[in-house]
Design a protein around this ligand. Structure first.
Ligand SMILES: [Mn+2]
Length: 493
């Protein structure tokens, strides 16, 4: 076929089906996600998603760019200045993508931008326009005139009719933002719509996006599985690197070297590598302590691969062997996780899972003398967080604790115990508390500064969960065997 004929054929395809000329597993999946979202909204709605802004790290240096998760979910675009518009009622062009214009001079400094063809291929969206024309586009659509040849009156007849009759809707993900903070980009956009246009209602696209994102597609599960495989390998590299005399940052470096060398985009969240008393700080942000013989090391670290965030925590003795007191705490936490896994079935919720871990932790704490009453909330002195969160594009992904678990959902199960003398010291000195402190003090002194968390990433199948991160040793005997093998394997240390 001649080049001209090929072009004509491609143009014809576009006209007939408005389907992408190029396709990959990824672009097919993206197209299916957009299709499902459009079905939820219907012909009266225009959906608009804006990219995340770049953020300044220092002076004229930005942080690494991170795309808005909803926009990524529907486009796979990692460039800023990207806007997605979905118009489910349109005759053929239901999907429009606005991207930054190419600019060779700027690209020399800041990297190559996607051409419109590149963006078509990446996203599977046939109609790609300049982000500079978005305002004019909005004016044309909301003024019921249409926009250039791309969207004429016939194309958008359904939406124009809805506008004319005042029943049109514009769906954007309404982020609430922090109170008193600058309006977010989406909030500013909604305000701009209110100031300029009439005939529509602004609605929140978040619930529909949440419902879709909670159930992972097979493509997403493949990416998350890869992210977890890499994270598991990295956790084991961390175990091999840990030893008395080694600094926390050396373990962190060993872990993150595996992430990047296996093609991960980055960590899924800043790695937490806390030794000794630092293991009791949930999101310990530093990494400069030198590990001592007898320390436990808590490592909560995982990779973002293909924009899927895994999440794994292991706690292990840097010398290779758990002490008796460390073993006491560790067994309870591991037992709580194993029991919680048993109740993680379709139809349960993250609350079901959390409640089961609390039961097991309470029993264990009572046995060790760390609480006196397993019926009330005393356990929450030592267990200070929820057991589970959903994972996906965000490490704390969309989804709520009381949403019913269904096949294809992905989440963590991560009980922990963190024994700190300061908890007793900071109790209000009421007569009841003084009595409690007297009863608990000996046990708290015995277990002081022990922090243990055990966390794996799971996917819900038809009958129960599958542990994606089971490769990383977790039982006491398996951890100790792995740590022994580590010194044999790297005898040079
Ligand atoms: Mn987690």
């Amino acid at each position: 076929m001649s080049r001209l004929a090929r072009r004509a054929a491609a143009a014809l395809l576009l006209l007939l089906a408005a389907s992408p000329v190029f396709a990959s597993d990824f672009s097919d999946d993206l197209a299916a996600r957009r299709q499902r979202l459009m079905q939820r909204f219907g012909a009266d709605t225009m959906v608009v998603l804006l990219s995340a802004p770049a953020r300044v790290y220092s002076n004229d240096v930005d942080y690494e760019y991170h795309q808005d998760s909803n926009l990524y979910y529907l486009t796979g675009m990692t460039q800023e200045d990207t806007i997605l518009v979905l118009m489910p009622g349109n005759a053929t062009r239901r999907e429009l993508l606005f991207i930054k214009d190419r600019n060779p001079e700027r690209e020399h400094w800041t990297g190559r931008l996607l051409s419109r063809d590149d963006a078509r291929e990446r996203t599977g969206i046939a109609t790609v326009l300049s982000s500079g024309s978005f305002e004019a586009f909005l004016d044309g659509i909301l003024g019921q005139r249409g926009y250039s040849a791309a969207i004429d009156e016939k194309e958008a007849a359904e939406f124009f009719a809805a506008l004319g009759e005042g029943r049109a809707r514009i769906a954007v993900p309404m982020d609430t933002g922090a109170p008193g903070a600058q309006p977010t980009r989406t909030q500013a956009f909604v305000q701009q719509l209110r100031d300029r246009y009439v005939g529509y209602t602004a609605i929140d696209a978040t619930p529909a996006l949440k419902a879709l994102r909670m159930v992972k597609t097979p493509y997403e599960l493949t990416q998350l599985t890869k992210a977890t495989d890499i994270s598991a390998e990295a956790q084991m590299a961390g175990m091999r690197a840990a030893a008395p005399g080694v600094f926390e940052y050396q373990v962190k470096a060993a872990i993150e070297a595996v992430h990047r060398s296996r093609g991960a985009v980055s960590w899924a969240y800043p790695s937490i590598v806390g030794s000794g008393p630092n293991a009791t700080i949930l999101h310990y942000p530093e990494d400069d302590r030198q590990m001592q013989p007898g320390d436990l090391l808590l490592v909560d670290a995982a990779a973002n691969y293909g924009y899927q965030a895994s999440d794994i925590t292991r706690t292990y003795p840097v010398s290779g062997t758990f002490s008796a007191v460390q073993r006491d705490i560790y067994k309870i936490v591991l037992d709580a996780q194993e029991e919680a896994i048993k109740v993680a079935k379709p139809g349960a919720t993250l609350t079901t899972i959390h409640n089961r871990t609390v039961e097991v932790l309470k029993d264990g704490l009572l046995t060790l003398g760390l609480i006196t009453d397993a019926t009330g909330p005393q356990y929450s002195m030592w267990y200070t967080h929820g057991t589970s969160h959903f994972i996906g594009l965000d490490v704390h992904d969309v989804g709520s604790r009381n949403d019913e678990l269904k096949p294809g959902m992905t989440f963590t199960i991560e009980p922990g115990l963190y024994i700190r003398q300061s908890v007793l010291d900071n109790l209000p000195k009421t007569p009841a508390n003084l009595e409690l402190i007297a009863k608990l003090q000996a046990a708290v002194a015995k277990y002081d500064n022990i922090g243990v968390r055990v966390e794996d990433s799971f996917v819900m199948d038809a009958t129960g969960v599958r542990n994606l991160s089971s490769a990383v040793p977790k039982r006491i005997a398996d951890i100790e065997a792995y740590m022994r093998g580590r010194s044999a394997a790297s005898g040079a240390r």
